[in-house]
Design a protein around this ligand. Structure first.
Ligand code: SF4
Length: 64
């Protein structure tokens, strides 16, 4: 499973990197980006789902 952020949708609210700083960080504009290649372990999948649910722009997606 992999997590990704749609940069076109992201408006920089910062919930992703606040909730899951091990998976996301902020760029210079405050927009979220995925750390590394986004590959999720069983443990980080739960964090990624939490971020996905809390992103107000629905910019976060998790795919096989
Ligand atoms: S929570 Fe969503 S809108 Fe906010 S920084 Fe993260 S991806 Fe962007």
């Amino acid at each position: 499973m992999k997590v990704s952020i749609d940069a076109e949708r992201c408006q920089g609210h910062g919930r992703c990197f606040s909730l899951a700083p091990s998976l996301f960080d902020a760029d210079d504009l405050g927009n979220g980006f995925v750390l590394g290649d986004g590959t999720l372990s069983a443990e980080s999948l739960e964090l990624a789902r939490l971020a996905e649910l809390n992103c107000p722009e629905h910019a976060i997606s998790i795919e096989e």
